[in-house]
Structures are given as structure tokens and as C-alpha cells.
Design a protein around this ligand. Structure first.
Ligand SMILES: Nc1ncnc2c1ncn2[C@@H]1O[C@H](COP(=O)(O)OP(=O)(O)O)[C@@H](O)[C@H]1O
Ligand SMILES: [Mg+2]
Length: 331
């Protein structure tokens, strides 16, 4: 299908999203967001990454005007979420963590309903173009309950794009999808940015996948940003290769043997990882030269470092001060 020229918009200059010292405390009290600040440039794909409970959905809720912040400011598409929520809503498309599709209608009918609601001009052509863009042309006239999880998500993305938003928010778009459907969905997201120039803010707990799709990310933990930047830069700052040592027994001797050696040591419940700037061969040789069996190591794997390692490095160190010396930087 031909690109929808109607939908092409050149990235405008300036920030698509500007968040300053945002907090949200729910009754309880639960401090879901504890002072987030970040910006998203027009045309960027920006990832809010972090585990369950990190505050991602709350942040997306604030930026889409559904959750009222406790303090701080947030501008989306140049509009203040508190001062002009209607203007914000007109500038955005949202794919929520929970589906909002009507399962008894076809894919095309779901889009029609939304197009009517938002008075989308030239709706028929736009719907057919967007169905093509998300790979659903063939299934447009099937009822949604016959769709796979991945197809539903792609239909929701088409729905979110109908009103031609400047900024699209995707909250955990790949949650519950199998790995192939997840990969397909990330490809759709990237293609949409290339084709429509829309700014995309997505949240996910799949840090390694986000590394492939996002231009920049903020890694969020317990309502705070623990790292922000381009995925490759964040990973490179930590190291290029990881030696993962699976343990059967106590880690004390291994940690002592690694003390003073290069790299960052990350301790998990039954494994120890060493993230290092060395080449794969150098790291393999150095760790392999240790008396691994005597140190309770039953398996060693060497692989490239990922954003997940960045997250573990930053959070294990903080949560376990007793292990901080082992997890600290000695590179
Ligand atoms: N409506 C709510 N009322 C009270 N607590 C909430 C509410 N929504 C979320 N929370 C709590 O806020 C924290 C952050 O949740 P959430 O923003 O959903 O994180 P994430 O999307 O990263 O999993 C969690 O501890 C969660 O239990
Ligand atoms: Mg969530």
C-alpha cells in the first residue's frame, strides 16, 4: 500500500514532551512518581523503561491527562497537561496498557467508531491506509475477537494514529505477546515513525527490546530515573561484554576472587555477572583462568552487554548496600 501522504508530517522543532520534577502520590500513601524530569524531542522514539511498579503507567497517565500529578509540570505538544488538557488530548494518540477495542466489531468498524468520535477528515482513506501500515488490511473485516494478541495491539496503534497526533503514547504495547509478535510490533512502531514522523513515547519492562527500537530511554525504578540516554551509550558506559557465572553454593569466595579485577560485578540470587570493557576473548580467558569449580561456579556464559545489565547494575548496587562494594565500579 502506498504511503499516506495525508498523514506525513515533518518533525517540528522543539520538545514534544517536557517533564519537570513530576511527582504523583496516591492515597496510601504510595509514591508512584518521585521527581521525574525528562524531555522528548520532536520525531524521537523515547522509552520509559523499568520493572512493574516503577511508575511508567502513572507517568503516561499524567502525560495523557488521565492522572492528576501531585506536583511538577508536564507539557505535551506545547500544551500544559493541567492548564490546557483538551489541547493536549487533541495532540496525542494513546495505546493503553489495557485494550479499549470492541471485540464484537471488525477491525475496520473499530476504527470507524473512533474516526466518528474524533471527526477524522477523509476517514475511509485514512483507515484503509493505517490498516495497511500496521499489516491488517487482509483482516480488516474480521471481528476483533478472532485476532491474535499482536493483531489487537497493531489495531490499537492504528486507532491511536487516526486523528493524526503529534505525539503517540504506547503503554506496555508488547505485554503478553509472544516473542515473534513482540518483534513484529516493534518493527511496526519504527516504520510508523519513519512514515508519519510522529513522536513516540513508549513504556516497557522489556529493556533489551527497547534498546533496539528507542532513540533514547529513561530507565525508571521506584518512581525515579536511574539512567537516561541513548541505549548504546548507556550500555557502552558500563561495558561491552558480560560473563555470567551460575553458582551452586556460596558466592563469597568468587566475589573475593573478583575483587580488584576489572569490570562491574552484579550479584543476583544464584549468579554473578561481570560486565567488562574487555573483548569477548579477553574476558573469557581472564574469568576462565579462575579456579571456577572451587568457587562454586557450575556454568559460564559470555554475551554482549544489554540495557538489562545497566538496570541491574544501577539497582542491585542501590538496593543491596551490603553488596555495593562487589557491585561497584572497578573498571
Ligand atoms: N490508582 C492507584 N492507586 C494507588 N496506587 C496505585 C494506583 N496506580 C498505581 N499505583 C501504585 O503506584 C506504583 C506505580 O504503578 P504504575 O504506575 O502502574 O507502575 P508501572 O506501570 O511501571 O508498573 C505501584 O506501586 C502501584 O501499585
Ligand atoms: Mg504499567
Amino acid at each position: 500500500m502506498r504511503a499516506d501522504t495525508h498523514a506525513i508530517r515533518l518533525p517540528h522543532s522543539g520538545d514534544a514532551v517536557l517533564v519537570c520534577d513530576l511527582t504523583k502520590t496516591y492515597p496510601g500513601p504510595v509514591q508512584a512518581v518521585r521527581g521525574l524530569s525528562f524531555r522528548v524531542g520532536a520525531g524521537e522514539i523515547f522509552g520509559l523503561l523499568g520493572p512493574n511498579g516503577a511508575g511508567k503507567t502513572t507517568t503516561v497517565g499524567i502525560l495523557t491527562t488521565l492522572v492528576r500529578p501531585t506536583s511538577g509540570t508536564a507539557m505535551v505538544g506545547g500544551h500544559d497537561v493541567l492548564g490546557d488538557p483538551l489541547a493536549v488530548r487533541r495532540s496525542i494518540g494513546v495505546v493503553f496498557q489495557d485494550s479499549v477495542l470492541d471485540n464484537d466489531f471488525t477491525g475496520a468498524q473499530n476504527l470507524w467508531l473512533h474516526a466518528r468520535l474524533w471527526r477524522v477528515p477523509d476517514a475511509q482513506r485514512r483507515i484503509s491506509s493505517l490498516l495497511g501500515a500496521v499489516g491488517l488490511s487482509e483482516r480488516a473485516d474480521d471481528v476483533v475477537w478472532t485476532y491474535s494478541g499482536g493483531m489487537r495491539r497493531r489495531l490499537e496503534i492504528a486507532r491511536a494514529l487516526l486523528a493524526d497526533p503529534c505525539v503517540m503514547f504506547l503503554d506496555e504495547p508488547t505485554l503478553g505477546l509472544d516473542p515473534i509478535a513482540r518483534r513484529d510490533l516493534w518493527q511496526v512502531v519504527r516504520a510508523l515513525r519513519e512514515r508519519h514522523g510522529v513522536t513516540i513515547v513508549l513504556s516497557t519492562h522489556y529493556l533489551e527490546e527497547a534498546q533496539e527500537v528507542c532513540d533514547r530511554v529513561a530507565i525508571v525504578d521506584q518512581g525515579r530515573i536511574v539512567a537516561e540516554g541513548r541505549p548504546a551509550e548507556l550500555v557502552d558506559r558500563l561495558g561491552s561484554e558480560v560473563a555470567e557465572l551460575v553458582l551452586d553454593g556460596d558466592a563469597t569466595q568468587l566475589l573475593a576472587a573478583l575483587d580488584g579485577q576489572p569490570g562491574h560485578v552484579i550479584r543476583a540470587s544464584s549468579s554473578v555477572s561481570i560486565v567488562s570493557p574487555e573483548s569477548r576473548q579477553e574476558l573469557t580467558d581472564r574469568i576462565g583462568a579462575l579456579p571456577l569449580a572451587e568457587l562454586n561456579v557450575v556454568r559460564m556464559t559470555v554475551r554482549p552487554a544489554t540495557l538489562n545489565d545497566v538496570f541491574l547494575h544501577l539497582t542491585v548496587t542501590r538496593d543491596r548496600p551490603d553488596l555495593a562494594s562487589a557491585a561497584g565500579s572497578r573498571a
